[in-house]
Design a binder for this molecule. Structure first.
Ligand code: ASP
Length: 582
């Protein structure tokens, strides 16, 4: 037996008890006549004491030679501490050691294993197993476990069945590039790793499974933007005999359950906003509604005057930034530089100060009078003391730019509070999205999403206007889940593939199995998938998903700990019938 208790368990009630502990040497303090060791395991830290009076000289000598992170086992007696430490749960006691055994020595770790470490991100990733010994990382992994257990509990109680689906499959189009795996046994052929289990979960519905879920890895070969991982985890779900309303209610229930169980927060029913309204009011299909600063479209009140920039713009739109009239001229200039950065891309910004005396002062005073500005203030819901910031240009671009500014101002004003939770459903997404570069439409969600009833005909005349039974769950400005009601008949699916530019032959080759299945009594069905990594990081009140993944990849998609991806030897290439052309 290595231990009969843990390093986080002992309290004053156990004084005098003989205990057996195992763990890592966290810290050692040597005062000559007395040595203290902080012994650490997953559960906490227990102070061990060796001293001249009560410990053998040999044992005291042995204790003082032990290095950090050495794994030891001790036997000893729980005693009351002379100077108690109220900051840790075991702070009232210490263990007077009578036997000490070194189980395994440690060489000097490359960074100190403390909550506040001296190790930079790179070194911690290379030695992630050491990083995991630190409380902040360990606690995040335990937190993630709690969230996924609550998910399993809720869904299982609601009648969902956890079914595993294969990883070696054929392409599932979710809009990213596939990771491919060459098949040794099938010369020249490749598996694709699932971008999601989409087609399989639909086939499970055809199979009569009715309510499916899986906490599952998905793989997407994308250029990694700041906080993405090439492999990530979804809570993937599908239900049969449901309409959109059933799905929204079920997964609103799951989200409320998580907020309550994990955060102790009760949230009323989630607001619903159409995609069009979200774009119009927040310039974004995942609006952060913890704060206002809603868009006010100013075309009517700001165009047809002398100001050419606005007159030629498709959209003139502004937000009222609360209290920002206090900005100095210099600060406003800096803000204008901020919106002109390539990452935001605005050509400029017009501002209007809402003075305390009810007057307005603007960068375009030349072209507008006080009455005009009063209308701007009305449309943007500005109060005295606010600063109205106005951008203009092409609708889509200008909305994205103003949305970026809105988020930046909210951040500066401290309105994005980590302990506040504002979920909402964004519904009625467009079915198709125009790729500006190629001029082709592609599925906004994925090709299996069903158009809204009665809109199929519109596909021929105005494809961009067709709305889908597709929805996203948004929390604090993040899309945490998305899904749709699916097409469940072969004919509609064929029409959809045609509009997405698949020839009949291509559709058959790639998705023949699904079209075939639809001929055998496919029930109406729909589903959703949540991004577990993101959900956990939001609930955990932290920014990056990497902090909640045990072994994450870096921005180049590398695992620097195991050094992957890596080259393979010639024999392996030969087995796989592959030749490199670099
Ligand atoms: N498969 C979709 C996704 O990964 C989710 C869904 O439609 O259920 O985004």
């Amino acid at each position: 037996m290595y231990r009969d208790t843990t390093c986080g368990a002992l309290r004053a009630s156990e004084i005098n008890k003989e205990v057996l502990l195992s763990g890592w040497v966290h810290k050692l303090r040597d005062k000559g006549f007395v040595v203290w060791i902080d012994l650490r395991d997953r559960y906490g830290i227990t102070q061990l004491v060796f001293d001249e009076e009560r410990t053998s000289k040999e044992l005291l000598e042995k204790a003082r030679t032990i290095g950090r992170e050495t794994v030891i086992q001790i036997k000893g007696q729980v005693i009351e501490r002379a100077s108690k430490n109220p900051n840790i749960p075991t702070g009232e006691i210490e263990v007077l050691v009578s036997e000490l055994k070194v189980l395994n020595e440690s060489i000097l770790p490359p960074f100190t294993i403390e909550d506040e470490t001296d190790g930079g991100e790179d070194i911690r990733m290379k030695y992630r197993y050491l990083d995991i010994r630190r409380n902040p990382v360990k606690d995040n992994l335990i937190f993630r476990h709690k969230v996924s257990m609550e998910v399993r509990k809720y869904l299982s109680d609601a009648g969902f069945i956890d079914v595993e689906t294969p990883y070696l499959i054929k392409s599932t189009p979710e809009g990213a590039r596939d990771f491919l795996v060459p098949s040794r046994m099938n010369e020249g052929q490749f598996y694709a790793l699932p971008q999601s289990p989409q087609t399989f979960k639909q086939l499970l519905m055809v199979g009569g499974m009715d309510k499916y879920f899986q906490i599952v890895k998905c793989f997407r070969d994308e250029d990694l933007r700041a906080d993405r991982q090439p492999e990530f985890t979804q809570i993937d779900c599908e239900m049969a005999f449901v309409e959109q309303e059933d799905i929204l209610n079920t997964f609103e229930g799951l989200t409320k359950h998580l907020l309550k169980e994990i955060k102790g927060v009760n949230v009323d029913s989630f607001p619903r906003m159409t995609f069009d309204d979200a774009m119009k009011t927040y310039g974004n299909d995942k609006p952060d509604i913890r704060f206002g600063m809603q868009f006010g479209e100013l075309n009517e009140v700001a165009q047809h005057k002398e100001f050419k920039v606005f007159n030629s713009a498709e959209l003139v739109v502004g937000i009222a930034v609360p209290g920002a009239n206090s900005y100095t001229r210099k600060e406003i200039d800096k803000l204008i530089d901020w919106v002109k950065r390539p990452q935001v891309g605005a050509l400029g910004m017009v501002y209007c100060r809402c003075n305390d005396d009810g007057t307005f002062k603007s960068s375009v005073d030349k072209f507008y009078d006080q009455e005009d500005f009063a209308k701007w203030a009305e449309v943007t819901q500005a109060n005295t003391g606010d600063l109205i910031c106005v951008l203009s240009g092409d609708t889509n671009k200008v909305r994205a730019q103003l949305s970026a500014l809105r988020m930046e101002m909210a951040e500066r004003l401290g309105l994005r509070k980590a302990d506040e939770y504002a979920p909402l459903w964004v519904i009625d997404f467009p079915l198709l999205e125009l790729d500006e570069e190629t001029g082709h439409y592609h599925a906004m969600h994925h090709p299996f999403t069903s158009p809204k009833p009665g809109q199929l005909e519109l596909l021929d005349t105005n494809p961009g206007a067709v709305k889908a039974n597709a929805y996203d769950l948004v929390l604090n400005g993040n899309e945490i889940g998305g899904g749709s009601i699916r097409i469940h008949d072969k004919e509609t699916q064929a029409i959809m593939f045609k509009h997405l530019g698949f020839s009949e032959e291509e559709a058959k080759n790639q998705f023949g199995f699904l079209m075939d299945a639809f001929q055998y009594g496919a029930p109406p069905h729909g589903g959703i998938a949540f991004g577990l990594d993101r959900l956990v990081s939001i609930l955990g009140g932290q920014e990056t998903i990497r902090d909640f993944i045990a072994f994450p990849k870096n921005n180049s998609g590398r695992d620097v700990m195991i050094d992957a991806p890596a080259t393979i030897d010639d024999d392996q290439l030969k087995d796989l019938h592959l030749k490199l052309d670099l």
